[in-house]
Design a protein around this ligand. Structure first.
Ligand SMILES: [Zn+2]
Length: 404
């Protein structure tokens, strides 16, 4: 440590993933030193945090949320039934028109909740349609300012009501990217817009024009969904967007015959298309290990949290990893570590972020009361200490100090 970089905190009595004792020295929000006894050289007046023998690990990343949709903070809103995506879209619009709580308050409440669980970065899809236009995006972009000390936010301009089906949306998506959205979204080119080429040509055209990536919601099942995945992969290559396209849900990957799965996986891998899964309920889900074996990046997100689509969800990514384990029958330590990567390393790669724990990196990390990653996934402990830029922002599921 040089004099110009004065240590601000020493984290002692922690353990790394191998179980070895480790200390961290933090200066100016950066990990300045790391290793056994790393804190022994620092002055006595530097504050110390006793990790209590807990596990040091990187923070969680939520690869798919909807900050603009959540109803958190409002009196409980009963779920409006509706089995189809189209019915759900209409139900959401009814609720949206009657909701008085501003997006800044609801989305801010959700951020505070998920940061307390240990999530320090997220990708939020934000509805863009001809009724709400860019209002939701403007609200979520304002959360980047108000909550930037807690979380890193990436935004996707999401055509929740379709592009072809809701004329005028294409221009709004284009305006959304110009206004600061990070990626272009999409939604069921067949199931919602009934025009696979029309939908994909519009969203890839906008992404290409602005030089941004895409993250497309795809619920369409079976061979139809697989065909759409291959169409997406083909465009990712044609537009030079390899490695910058994700497809969220892609339930169809869990219900294909071997031949269809093989050619679809090959297309996705060749175009570097990543797959986001929540470990969803009573629908097929993308087979995580089979996709990984093909070189396809799979990452996790919460998706709907207490909104018009679902009364459930809490944003706890450790719980999300456990849900995926249940759905994929993951039981061994290696399996549980793979599930942990779905909420840490994999979304970091898909979102183009770095949360590596190394000297010189930003001091964003967690201390979990567990002896191993596998135990953390299995036991899902709540007594987590959450550090953002080297500052303790949450403990035991509540924001504290500078985070509160
Ligand atoms: Zn979603």
């Amino acid at each position: 440590l040089t004099d110009s970089k004065k240590a601000t905190l020493v984290v002692g009595n922690a353990r790394n993933r191998a179980g070895d004792a480790i200390e961290l020295v933090i200066a100016e929000g950066i990990i300045a030193a790391m290793g056994p006894g790393a804190g022994s050289e620092t002055a006595d007046d530097v504050p110390r945090f006793d990790a209590g023998g807990g596990l040091l690990c990187q923070p969680f990343i939520d690869g798919h949320v909807h900050l603009d949709k959540t109803l958190i903070g409002l009196p409980f809103v009963p779920h409006i039934p509706g089995d189809t995506i189209a019915a759900r879209i209409e139900a959401e619009k009814r609720i949206r028109r009657q909701t008085s709580g501003p997006i800044q308050a609801r989305g801010g409440g959700l951020i505070e909740q998920i940061v307390a669980y240990g999530t320090l970065a997220l990708r939020s899809h934000v509805d863009i349609d001809t009724e709400i236009r860019l209002k939701g995006l403007e609200a979520v972009l304002s959360l980047k300012e108000s909550h930037g000390h807690l979380v890193e936010i990436q935004t996707v301009a999401f055509p929740q009501s379709g592009v072809i089906r809701d004329p005028g949306t294409a221009d709004l998506l284009d305006a959304a990217i110009a206004a600061g959205a990070d990626l272009v979204g999409g939604l069921d080119p067949a199931g919602i817009d009934n025009d696979i080429e029309g939908h994909l040509d519009v969203i890839f055209g906008i992404a290409s024009k602005h030089g941004v990536g895409l993250d497309i919601h795809l619920h369409d099942g079976g061979a139809l969904g697989a065909f759409e995945l291959r169409q997406i992969a083909m465009r990712a290559r044609a537009f030079g967007l390899e490695g910058r396209v994700a497809v969220s849900h892609a339930f169809c990957l869990g219900e294909l015959d071997d031949a269809d799965f093989g050619r679809t996986a090959e297309a996705l891998a060749g175009a570097g298309v990543a797959i986001m899964t929540t470990g969803p309920g009573p629908v097929p889900m993308p087979p995580v290990k089979r996709l990984s074996a093909h070189g396809i990046s799979v990452f996790c997100g919460s998706d709907n949290i207490r909104d018009a689509w679902s009364p459930f969800g809490n944003g706890d990514m450790l719980e999300r990893a456990g849900i995926v384990c249940d759905r994929q029958n993951f039981r061994s330590d290696a399996d549980l570590e793979e599930a942990f990567a779905l909420v840490t390393d994999a979304p970091a790669e898909a979102l183009g972020l770095s949360y590596a724990l190394q000297v010189g990196a930003k001091a964003d990390f967690l201390i979990l009361p567990a002896a191993s990653i596998a135990e953390a996934v299995a036991a899902r402990p709540m007594d987590r200490a959450v550090f953002k830029n080297g500052v303790l922002v949450a403990r035991g599921g509540r924001l504290v100090g500078a985070g509160a």
